[in-house]
Design a protein around this ligand. Structure first.
Ligand SMILES: [Zn+2]
Length: 358
């Protein structure tokens, strides 16, 4: 048990004892609860955070950890990036340079792991993730896992974000995985199951011309690997899919959540707030959806730590991606924003505080 987890249990046990022994001491227990009226609505876990940029310099690791501490984030994923520009490219963002190849690479995972070893952050729990897998070439995945296991035994707790289909990088010679590739994922999916490691997949649902163009790919993954913990990044939404009918989107998500109990939705990326949640009437629809399925989503910023960004950018992305939290009921707020789902997904021995009742 982590020191924090142990503290939580001890605190909870003492509070309970106080209430049982002295009913008038109920105030002591109430202090441990989370007061939504006075405490921040920003999420305390960041389940989708890229410590490495597409190319060029990164925000130094310690500085990035400082951003988390400063903004009240206690747990975060340490993703590399699923599309890395060549080291000799002057590009820092793939959209600025179509034709320049972007490919996943082990380099970022090694750098992230080295940083965690060197700096050993105390106040933030970081979940190292393997971001190198190229899903269109699944044979390369088990050897990569072996290499990271050998160099950093037991340190990696997550895989992703990996790209199944990401339309934004198709001009950069990225090859989307097909049905045949998905079948050939079996060896590494077995290893992930055995380790209880979640897999965060970026797979565009579709685009404005055909909102469900690529749904069949995600269905194939879920149907073939129902016992893997799969996290669907951005619920399949993207800058290419900004006009989907929310009722239709929510109905598809509910159908999949009902059929696949280990599927988790990733609510990261400000594009979700900017193009869906912030529109009149739509926030309420999504909040009602999360209230119906409170245990099935995790929050995240999708911040990419390139050196041109500062704390202000991280804080803003956290605030924007957390606005949906305000519309959720207490149960979904606790499970999603306060981290209960994140803890369960990763097997972290921690628990979110109860929400104070008025
Ligand atoms: Zn991402």
């Amino acid at each position: 048990m982590s020191p924090r987890g142990r503290r939580t249990v001890i605190t909870a046990a003492l509070s309970l004892a106080a209430v049982m022994l002295w009913p008038s001491a109920a105030g002591a227990a109430e202090e441990a609860c989370f007061d939504r009226a006075t405490q921040p609505y920003t999420s305390v876990v960041d389940g989708h955070l890229h410590f490495r940029p597409f190319g060029g310099q990164a925000v130094p690791f310690e500085e990035m950890v400082g951003y988390l501490e400063q903004s009240g984030v206690k747990h975060a994923s340490v993703f590399g990036i699923g599309q890395r520009l060549p080291v000799d490219s002057p590009c820092t963002y793939y959209l600025d340079c179509p034709g320049t190849p972007v490919l996943p690479s082990l380099k970022n995972d090694v750098v992230n792991a080295e940083n965690v070893v060197d700096y050993k952050p105390q106040d933030v729990d970081l979940a190292l993730s393997m971001t190198f897998p190229d899903l269109a070439h699944p044979k390369t995945v088990p050897p990569g896992m072996r290499l990271l296991d050998k160099e950093f035994p037991g340190m990696f707790r997550w895989m992703g974000e990996v790209n199944l289909v990401k339309q934004a990088i198709l001009p950069n010679l990225a090859e989307p995985a097909d049905l045949d590739d998905i079948r050939r994922w079996a060896p590494f999916m077995k290893q992930l199951r055995e380790r209880g490691m979640p897999l965060t997949i970026h797979s565009d649902l579709g685009n404005n011309d055909n909102p469900t163009e690529f749904l069949y790919l995600m269905r194939e993954v879920l149907e073939r690997y129902p016992d893997n913990k799969i996290v669907w990044a951005h619920m399949g939404l993207s800058k290419e899919l900004t006009t989907m009918d929310p009722d239709r989107h929510i109905a598809i998500m509910k159908g999949l959540l009902d059929r696949y109990p280990l599927l988790t939705l990733d609510l990261s990326w400000r594009v979700l707030e900017d193009t869906y949640f912030s529109k009149p009437g739509i926030r309420e629809k999504y909040a009602a959806f999360f209230d119906d399925y409170p245990t099935r989503a995790i929050p995240g910023t999708d911040f990419v730590a390139s050196r041109d960004k500062s704390y202000e950018v991280y804080a803003q992305e956290l605030e924007v991606t957390s606005r949906i939290n305000k519309a959720m009921g207490d149960e979904a707020f606790r499970d999603i924003a306060l981290g209960e789902n994140y803890f369960r997904l990763l097997g972290i021995d921690d628990t979110a505080p109860p929400i104070c009742t008025a």
